[in-house]
Ligand binder design. Sequence first.
Ligand code: FES
Length: 95
Amino acid sequence: MPKVRFVPLSKVVEIKNGETLFKAARVNGVPLGSSCRGDCVCGWCKVEIVEGMNNLSEPTECEVKLMSKGNYTENERVACSARVYGDVSITTGYW
Ligand code: FES
């Protein structure tokens, strides 16, 4: 099972293979911005991938659309769209 590390919260959780970063955070009590509740609409769930970008799914069509509008860097993903297939470390500007 993949592990998600939330930096700098010192929290590491194991999740089901293919689970989204959004669910990994929400289910484990880690606050993550959202106004669309994970429907890939608002873009507020943006996270920075510290390690493990290669262990995430390719961006979906809606994620590509949000990333093109939302001032994303190459290290950032839409958490409700990005699915986890290996260990990753993520952070936000508000943790
Ligand atoms: S929670 Fe709205 S885009 Fe991810």
